[in-house]
Design a protein around this ligand. Structure first.
Ligand code: MN
Length: 422
């Protein structure tokens, strides 16, 4: 396997399942069958099976117990913290470089440890204990405020002072290529009508990114903006599916509930903050100045290009949004500092999502609600049909990548299809 010198697409790490294990004649099935999910890292078209590497003599010096790499999820690895995971990443980059002979010349080990990506089934990287969703894109908050209030008072009074968020549902976070049925719930067909029960008529996506945490601090202790990035493992693409009609009726006064918790899709590969180092960019000037615990130094935003595609059941693909992770007003360090400022503890494998990421132009809005402006400007698809919200059979695909001076890091994609209500 040849790894270009500038290729940093070592994307630790995900649990995956080898399709070939289902082949009863496969030689590794016998002793690995009870452990179907492993963690792996991704290079080019290949998944490197860390379970197999951990059982070899190539991983002796990384300061992480080998059994941690033999787990079925990332949680125990994330408990180790940033420094050990950084040394593991460094070791893998050495092992996978073209001029290193240790793995390159060990054909027997390569046969076992290197798996074509197409033969692996992806899972959610960690068993998410707690999931929090923020609301950190100013343009998104402004757009929603314009639609449901008025442009003069689009942002609520707290919005520029703190990263607004709510506690989401971890149990319904689903892996890419896992589909779900259109949710049913209670909503009002029109403002003056009585509420009815039925399949949502306003199913939407939200273009977001989510970060996984290392072990935070004990209950009662804060994580500062300076400390925050050392508690963040990495980022994945995140689609926070939303049923707007259910949400609109239920959310007063405690916030989102059944309009959100039926499913949230996440991409399998987690790109570490270390890998994203070359893509740091300045954030917006925050005016009014934020309170001291939310102030930060250095560039803590990241330039990650994002796009959303709707693939119809007829096979037509349309890019409906092009956005960028850098459009956030509140960065991850501020989100984590705010989350813990009251003493709330964060655990290894928690997930925090950004909120819908909308840019300044209509083509960069991150939800159908905004793209079709509450149904008043239907989105035209390439097959000639229109969408105000999503239809049964629509597949939503989110993709992301960073690119700069010949260095490209892909986030892969997250995709899921809307099945009819049951
Ligand atoms: Mn959201």
């Amino acid at each position: 396997m040849h790894i270009p010198a500038n290729d940093h697409t070592v994307r630790p790490w995900i649990p995956f399942q080898l399709k070939r294990l289902s082949d009863p004649k496969h030689p590794v099935r016998h002793f690995l069958a009870p452990i179907v999910q492993r963690i792996g890292t991704h290079v080019g078209d290949t998944v490197v099976d860390l379970f197999v590497l951990a059982g070899s003599d190539l991983m002796g010096t990384i300061g992480i117990p080998r059994v941690v790499l033999m787990e079925t999820s990332l949680n125990r690895l994330l408990k180790e913290g940033a420094a050990p995971v950084r040394s593991l990443r460094q070791r893998l980059m050495v092992l996978l470089s073209a001029d290193n002979a240790e793995l390159r010349d060990n054909e027997a080990l390569r046969q076992k440890a290197l798996v074509p990506a197409k033969d692996a089934v992806m899972h959610v990287a960690a068993n998410v204990g707690d999931y929090t969703d923020f609301y950190s894109s100013r343009q998104h908050a402004y757009n929603v405020g314009c639609m449901f209030r008025d442009p003069a008072n689009a942002l609520l009074p707290n919005w520029l002072h703190l990263p607004v968020g709510y506690h989401g549902r971890a149990s319904s976070i689903i892996a890419t290529e896992v589909n779900f049925h259109r949710p049913c719930g209670q909503y009002k067909p029109s403002p003056d009508a009585a509420p009815v029960f039925g399949p949502t008529r306003q199913l939407d996506f939200e273009l977001e990114m989510g970060f996984f945490t290392y072990e935070g601090k004990p209950l009662g202790q804060r994580i500062s903006t300076d400390e925050a990035e050392d508690r963040i493992f990495g980022l994945a693409l995140f689609n926070d599916w939303s049923a707007r009609d259910i949400q609109a009726w239920e959310y007063v006064p405690l916030g989102p509930f059944l309009g959100k918790n039926f499913a949230s899709s996440i991409s399998p590969w987690v790109v570490t903050l270390d890998a994203l180092e070359p893509f740091r960019v300045p954030g917006p000037v925050q005016d009014p100045q934020v309170l001291p615990y939310l102030q930060y130094a250095g560039n803590k935003h990241y330039d990650i290009k994002l796009e959303v595609v709707i693939l119809t059941s007829g096979g037509s693909e349309t890019v409906v949004s092009r956005s960028n992770f850098r459009h956030l007003y509140w960065n991850m360090a501020q989100q984590l500092a705010h989350h813990t400022v009251n003493g709330c503890n964060v655990r290894a494998g928690d997930l925090m999502a950004s909120g819908t990421i909308s840019g300044d132009t209509p083509e960069s809005y991150g939800s159908m609600l905004e793209l079709a402006w509450k149904g008043t400007k239907p989105v035209k698809l390439d097959d000639g049909t229109e969408r105000r919200f999503l239809e049964d059979g629509d597949t939503v695909i989110m993709r992301g990548f960073c690119e700069k001076e010949g260095l490209r890091i892909g986030f892969g994609e997250v995709r899921s299809t809307v099945l009819p209500a049951v």
